[in-house]
Design a protein around this ligand. Sequence first.
Ligand code: PLP
Length: 441
Amino acid sequence: MALDRNLAPNDLNAFWMPFTANRQFKKAPRMFVAAKDMHYTTQDGRQVLDGTAGLWCCNAGHCRPKITEAIQRQAAELDYAPAFQMGHPVAFELANRLIDIAPEGIEHVFYTNSGSESVETALKIAIAWHRARGEGARTRLIGRERGYHGVNFGGISVGGIVNNRKVFGSLLTGVDHLPHTHLPGQNAFTRGQPEHGANLADDLERIVALHGAETIAAVIVEPMAGSTGVLLPPKGYLEKLRAITKKHGILLIFDEVITGFGRLGSPFAAQHFGVLPDMITTAKGLTNGVIPMGAVLTTAEVHDAFMTGPEHLIELFHGYTYSGNPIAAACGVATLETYREEGLFQRAADLAPYWEDALHSLKGLPHVIDIRNMGLIGAVELDPIPGQPTKRAFDAFLAAYDKGILIRTTGDIVALSPPLIITRAQIDDLIGTLGDVLKTL
Ligand code: PLP
């Protein structure tokens, strides 16, 4: 039914909301109607401090003028151009700007529309790459327990979040998983990268011995796993994964959908950790979350293996109607400009110690069993209510919203990832309010 935009919607039934407790929401809707910089405005006129950059994506904050203007201009000038066999300049400009900030050795960009599509694209490129080089038996994909790689079939197959997989059938075959790296017994309340757990990467040798390296195409991991509750890589872990994959001719894919674009204080986590993968999947912060867009970044070695054969033939039978969409690309260029002009990646790095101290000040509050942090990301893990997993954190989420802060929960973990424009006073407000909420649970 048609709704008057100025009125509260009186029928919430039609929209089947994603990753949402629909019945709970529709009984007590939480609606945002506007946003500016660090704040959302609710339908009842309250300001809510954004502790999560939307969904880990609005790294420059909300309704930033340069981004808004770029979208408006592009929509009026070239709204859409075919993505196959035709081009438009802005998509090329954005690709070059991405390569400028990408780790040394990353040279090409394949556009998608989301993180999930970036993951599917990277997995397909990995399998096709081996085939193009005469190793067509390398089709196996290795993910990790508790990994989140979006919601499409490839992504949930290599992913390791049980609820995202278990009701969706048999998924891809030929997939195996590394163990996750969450070791609260040894690493609880570590500031930054944990000391223990690098040896968990050695499990890749066991997987290689089990299946044979000649059957394995790629390993995909989040360099820092966000959606499963902010699990940081133990010191030396990513280096080991890189060494073992290289030794066995296996491609390494870093899923940087969350860690890309400054979250850890560097453009990409690959730079932060000093480990170069063969491909990087991105989305979210690429366009400040404003227009859907993702991208897979690859080395020349990956790209060039496809650039053979007659020149009139398509090299990779893959792509989307909206790959490199003009408005998304213009939004991406303006977003990268905003990051650069305002020095936001460096700002995240500079704020990280203050953020760390603020987060760890919550240690000792009721139910807090672990706190983790890095760059401008953090997690507070709560003791689950016996027999009611996720309830304690969800209660915290609702209470936090009432008190004017937006937090995100996954399981019984509160995850925080504010826009990189956050001020110290706003960090105090966010963490202080969260502390007040935890005391009431
Ligand atoms: N990969 C990672 C690491 C993510 O964190 C996410 C989303 O949070 C995705 C993929 C999926 O991205 P999207 O929701 O844009 O499909």
